[in-house]
Design a protein around this ligand. Structure first.
Ligand code: 13P
Length: 262
């Protein structure tokens, strides 16, 4: 079996949860419980209000900071928005773009996703671009078609070099917050498809280095078999990331599967 070179990448999307004291405590617990978990990338993605606090709590550790969204202009009269340079200034290395909740509840489109991903790269951030089908698309056999659309429009015009800094997260909308996870086989089918498409657009080397995360009801109990699939490089975790043991448990399970391949 070919040994994969992509080490586990696990990001916790805290969504609209936690006040400052709670956020600081969770970040501290994750740093403590996760210390020594080398060979993995761990990213905490709190709400904007807690970025500086969580940034302080993870400073000096291997844990990285990410934001949940950004606007594509650097500055200006855009009340309520936050820009890439502001996030970079707060210590972020990553930013989510096109999360399905943004698409479904806040009118995000593939076109705004492309603008935001480009703005993230320009600000020195790695965008974590989210794609995924809704249940009707899966049931109608249109999953891969939907993913193709999202990739083509959301990443349109990116260079090979840009792609080296883009992370893709496949999050089937029907699996988010529902307790219903995609089976390892269902997830792998889409991950392998995404990697194939990246190969066609950006070349085999870019495709084989690309980090493709799975998201949707990930827990310690289901993360090991998911990570065993060769194109699943880690996880974007929602609910379970609000518990330090659960979140670190997912990192451990991914690392266990990774090391067993070696
Ligand atoms: P859950 O893990 O709660 O299903 O959320 C997934 C998600 O949306 C992460 O971005």
């Amino acid at each position: 079996m070919a040994v994969r070179t992509r080490a586990p990448f696990v990001a916790g999307n805290w969504k609209m949860h936690l006040k400052l004291a709670e956020a600081a405590e969770l970040a501290r617990k994750i740093v403590e419980a996760g210390s020594g978990l080398q060979a993995s990338t761990v990213v905490l993605i709190p709400p904007f209000t807690a970025l500086a606090t969580v940034g302080g709590a993870v400073a000096g550790s291997e844990v990285r900071l990410g934001a949940q969204d950004l606007y594509w202009e650097d500055q200006g009269a855009f009340t309520g928005e936050v820009s890439g340079p502001m996030l970079e200034d707060t210590g972020c290395s990553y930013v989510l773009v096109g999360h399905s909740e943004r698409r479904q509840l806040f009118g995000e489109t593939d076109e705004t996703v492309a603008r935001k991903a480009r703005a993230a790269l320009k600000a020195g951030l790695s965008p974590i671009v989210c794609v995924g089908e809704v249940l009707a698309e899966r049931d109608g056999g249109r999953t891969l078609e939907r993913i193709d659309d999202q990739l083509a429009r959301g990443l349109g015009g990116f260079s090979r070099e840009d792609m080296g800094r883009v992370v893709i997260a496949y999050e089937p909308v029907w699996a988010i917050g529902t307790g219903r996870t995609a089976s390892p086989g269902q997830a792998e089918e889409v991950h392998a498809h995404i990697r194939r498409r990246l190969g066609e657009s950006y070349g085999n080397e870019a495709a084989s280095c690309a980090i493709i995360l799975y998201g949707g009801s990930v827990k310690p109990a289901n993360s090991y078999p998911l990570f065993q699939e060769k194109d699943i490089d880690g996880f974007l975790v929602g609910g379970a990331s609000l518990d330090a043991d659960g979140f670190v448990g997912i990192v451990r399970e991914a690392l266990r599967a990774y090391r067993e391949e070696k």
